[in-house]
Design a protein around this ligand. Structure first.
Ligand code: SAH
Length: 394
């Protein structure tokens, strides 16, 4: 058996069930493990800590899987893990919702593996060499559990480079998804482009937050910034918003959003779609003296790492200042950050700072978080990334 021995004093996180062993924590690798091999991890006193998957190319040299020494990491073990994760999502799948994250990597104790369900199709992303080796088992287990029409791989991620893996896109099982798959979320229909859309095609992590925000939009003027295919826009439509403007820099996103409005039979005369940079557009609206009742700001990840946090905080501050300036008195800002490096307290400070700069008195009236199919694993705080604040301007 391949054996990894940790340096003295470098075993604490592993004992606390954190799944990452950094290469710098390793004292010796016995048995010449190859990338993707299962290894046993021991401390310097030769006490067994956990089994994991090895990758000598990665900064995360071992991704820990199992802390019970009596278990064996074999085919059945992988099948059980996949089943457990999928079964935890079944309550979210019903008549008015057929899109969920089935497997959320480390948070589901399946490091480096993401699987999303879009109606009858499943999209899979593989970030680690170890998962690459057992991909066939995982695909087969997903087929047994859910009988999808097709499973498509979208492993075109920066993180694969660090693992020494090439980009891989393509069909893993069954039929290639059509250009647009019709999915339903919160009872609203969306066309999802699994093969070419952003991320794996749709941001189902905002499911609950869209519905919660929409409650405040009846008869209101709404500005949905970073709209993508219209998650917040369509929920606001359904709740009876007076008018909605959606902004995104991607032409494909705007095109899909317009189709989604038609698909749901909403009145497109109440809607304005703008393809633009959000900051530029908000500045223009400010110059024109426009005001809104509800503004959504759901930008992409500004802080990909902790070291980028300071610069990102300034970007979040500027964006939110612009948003706050455009709100009517009593108006609401639903503002999000999907940067794992920015915690909720820091985010609150940034928004408070933006409000000071905007000369607005604000209240935090609700805290958004990520939904149950994107669980936060207690021993892996890195799995918490999505947060938001609902802010009232006085
Ligand atoms: N709110 C969306 C998800 C947003 S994802 C939903 O509910 O589904 C972030 C979006 O921001 C992407 O669609 C991306 O095209 C867009 N984007 C990124 N940078 C942008 C910019 N500077 N201006 C406008 N849109 C931008």
């Amino acid at each position: 058996m391949n054996k990894i021995i940790l340096n003295k004093g470098k075993d604490k996180a592993a004992w606390q069930l954190h799944p990452w062993v950094f290469s710098g924590a390793i004292s010796a690798a016995l048995g010449k493990p190859q990338n993707g091999d299962i290894v046993s991890v021991y401390n310097i006193e030769d006490e067994f800590i956990a089994y994991g998957i090895y990758n000598g190319n990665s900064r995360v040299a071992v991704r820990l899987l199992e802390w019970d020494p009596s278990q064996e990491i074999n085919e059945q073990w992988w099948r059980n893990r996949v089943s457990k994760s999928v079964n935890n999502r079944l309550s979210l799948l019903h008549d008015t919702n057929n899109t969920v994250r089935l497997i959320f990597a480390e948070a589901d104790f399946l490091p480096g593996l993401i699987a999303d369900k879009y109606a009858d199709f499943i999209s899979v992303q593989v970030h680690s060499a170890g998962i690459e080796k057992v991909k066939d088992i995982i695909v087969d287990q997903l087929v047994q559990l859910l009988q999808p029409k097709g499973i498509y791989e979208r492993s075109d991620l920066k993180s694969r480079e660090y693992e020494g893996l090439p980009d891989t896109n393509g069909i893993l099982y069954g039929a290639v998804p059509p250009e647009f798959v019709d999915v339903i979320e919160n009872g609203i229909h969306y066309q999802v482009n699994i093969v070419e859309g952003q991320k794996s095609g749709f941001y189902c992590d905002q499911r609950e937050n869209r519905a919660i925000t929409a409650r405040y939009t009846k008869d209101k003027t709404v500005l949905d910034c970073f709209s993508y295919s219209g998650g917040f826009t369509l929920n606001a439509f359904r709740e009876g918003a007076k008018s909605i403007t959606s902004v995104d820099s991607s032409g494909l996103a705007i095109e899909t959003l317009k189709n989604n409005i038609k698909l749901n039979g909403f009145d497109s005369s109440k809607h304005t779609a703008v393809q633009s940079d959000v900051n530029k557009y908000l500045r223009e609206l400010g110059e024109q003296g426009e005001k809104f009742d509800v503004i959504v700001l759901d930008p992409p990840k500004y802080a990909p790492t902790r070291s980028a946090l300071e610069k990102a905080s300034r970007a979040y501050k500027d964006l939110n200042r612009r948003g706050l300036m455009l709100l009517n008195s009593g108006g609401l800002l639903a503002t999000f950050s999907c940067s794992g490096a920015m915690d909720i307290d820091t985010f609150k400070q940034v928004i408070a700072w933006a409000a000071l700069d905007a000369g607005k008195e604000i209240q935090f009236i609700y805290q958004y978080c990520q939904p149950e199919d994107h669980p936060v694993r207690a021993s892996f705080p890195e799995s918490e990334y999505l947060k938001g604040l609902l802010v009232r301007v006085l």
